[in-house]
Design a protein around this ligand. Structure first.
Ligand code: DC
Length: 231
């Protein structure tokens, strides 16, 4: 049983750049308070991966948006990951090539529009949702919003060790370069860029352990009376 109980339908937004620890923190926080986690990056990764597989031009916004719209019917997206047309896709979405394609398709307003209402519907029952525009666009009324950051070097180190564990050897300088490019694309795109919502609480995780970040979040949620200790 969870240590904490969340108020009914609680929505928590966690945004931040790649490698800031959003996914890990969201999972741990979810275990503590018993809410599902939805990783919105998986939606953009799936869109990028399906486009690559079908040879859809990553610059053809209309074709990508219509593909994303059609994808919704074959999609099952839960805390355990994403399945498409009955097959689990999550493992193959974690590669750098898919990450780069995801960042390109995510810059297209029509693609974002096609994926928006699914995210809002699934959040309705209460969840922790992580991404780039959750606090600003997807769930602007969420009563708790966090913006996680960390230095580029630390984020690259985390990404590099994840890649190594998955057997995708890459050198760390290549990971730093790729991360900087992706940061720039995510922050500078015109539509729903990576940005901190004015009412989000920023946490720099460069020198914090995951459990320390989660403890800070729990403290904030408790003070706002959004969670209470389970008896
Ligand atoms: O978090 P991630 O690395 O899995 O995200 C993959 C890409 O999708 C990344 O370039 C940012 C983009 N993204 C986005 O634009 N909006 C979101 N809510 C989530 C991810």
């Amino acid at each position: 049983m969870s240590e904490w109980q969340a108020v009914s339908g609680l929505k928590i937004a966690i945004d931040g750049p790649s490698g800031s620890g959003k996914g890990t923190v969201a999972k741990l926080l979810a275990e503590e308070i018993g809410l599902p986690v939805l990783d919105t990056g998986l939606l953009y990764r799936l869109t990028g991966a399906v486009a690559l597989e079908r040879g859809v031009d990553l610059d053809d916004e209309a074709a990508l948006a219509s593909m994303a719209g059609e994808m919704l019917t074959g999609l099952s997206w839960t805390c355990d990951g994403i399945s498409y047309e009955g097959e689990p896709w999550t493992p193959r979405l974690r590669t750098e090539a898919v990450g780069a394609a995801a960042s390109t398709v995510a810059a297209k307003p029509l693609v974002r529009q096609a994926l928006l209402s699914l995210q809002q519907q699934l959040a309705e029952a209460g969840c922790i949702m992580d991404g780039r525009d959750i606090g600003t666009v997807v769930l602007p009324d969420a009563p708790a919003k966090f913006f996680l950051t960390a230095s580029v070097r630390e984020r690259a180190r985390r990404r590099w060790s994840q890649l190594k564990q998955m057997g995708h050897a890459d050198d760390i300088d290549a990971v730093i370069m790729d991360l900087k490019k992706r940061d720039q694309r995510d922050r500078e795109r015109q539509h729903a860029p990576l940005a901190q919502a004015t009412d989000a609480i920023s946490i720099d995780s460069t020198t914090l352990r995951v459990d320390e970040v989660v403890d800070r979040m729990l403290g904030i949620l408790e003070r706002r009376e959004l969670i209470k200790a389970s008896v």
